[in-house]
Write a protein that binds this ligand. Sequence first.
Ligand code: IMP
Length: 190
Amino acid sequence: MSANAEPREGLVIGGHRFVPMIDAAAIAAAVGRLGDEIRASFGNANPLIVCVLNGAALFHADLIRAIGGELEVDYLRVGSYDGGMVSTGRINFTAAPGTSARDRNVILVEDIVDTGRTADHLRRYYQHKGAASVAVAALLYKREADITGHPPEFLGFEIPDRFVVGYGLDYQQQGRNLPAVYVLDAGGAA
Ligand code: IMP
């Protein structure tokens, strides 16, 4: 199997079995739709499209091409998961943004909104920095897990409160390079 293959039968990471949830074609279609939506809302406003590393790296790279036109990019890193499967609730910048957000239309690009703490923290941060507007674009959203009640303005897929990997998302830093999204098998162990 090549490095870029999409294992349709599932795979094992760190002793846990993951099964297919969203294939690469469905992701590409969602990214195209989100690009259209963002261009329709902010296409003439030179928006600042902020990648929340590490998980959003693939989604951000595809999304900015789908949006097209005049835009700027920035990158930041926030840590809250400590490599495991349960959110610790702690949030800290491990790489700070490099571009002023004052009077900018900011779109925070996240791989997934789970508890919503990261998105909430970053919305407040950019509002505090004087952004003209702040919106969130997320590939995935676990509505059941969201404690903020604030869904992403631009959303790829709503999913159940289950652990997923692939297309940027990791389990113990593995699985980010998978072209599709996989969910932890209900049975758990491999
Ligand atoms: P939140 O602050 O709880 O919304 O969590 C956001 C971050 O937690 C995401 O950007 C991911 O890095 C990580 N995360 C949440 N759910 C999952 C998952 O199912 N798999 C992998 N990482 C996840």
